[in-house]
Write a protein that binds this ligand. Sequence first.
Ligand code: PNS
Length: 158
Amino acid sequence: MSERVGVYPGSFDPITCGHMDIIQRATKIVDKLIVAVASPHHKKTFFDVQTRLQMVQGAIEHLPRVEVKSFDGLLVRFVREEGAHIVVRGLRAVSDFEYEFKMASANGRLDESIETIFLMASERQQFTSSQIVREIASLGGEVTQFVPQNVIQYFGKK
Ligand code: PNS
């Protein structure tokens, strides 16, 4: 049987414990998961793409069926190039829904063979977001409970 490959795309600016929760749960559904870090082309980010890749790499090191790559341009193109048909996204509060619904619909229209599946964030991670983490860090707050251990050092460097 062919390998079931999933792509988990995002800015990961930075990767959070919420993302880690989705990654771990997605590996129960797919054989291989590619964490796809969007290049700066999509959105102005706090950390550059190389740093975001390194942060994800360090965080997933212990997960054998997970890898990280960056992508530029259309997500569906990247998904096809990787031989995947599944896009994984996490859903937190209802406020995520409209944006996610539009994105999944657009991707479905661009390539009918691609399905987006949503995993609900665990209760503990409902309000964890990269934006909140950046804000706490920029105000000198403690972010250890929101990001994987290896990510903390990068805030020190900024
Ligand atoms: O973590 P984010 O910022 O919510 O991730 C958004 C991302 C990168 C997944 C989304 O912007 C994306 O897929 N961009 C690629 C461009 C694309 O394919 N656009 C058309 C479908 S919306």
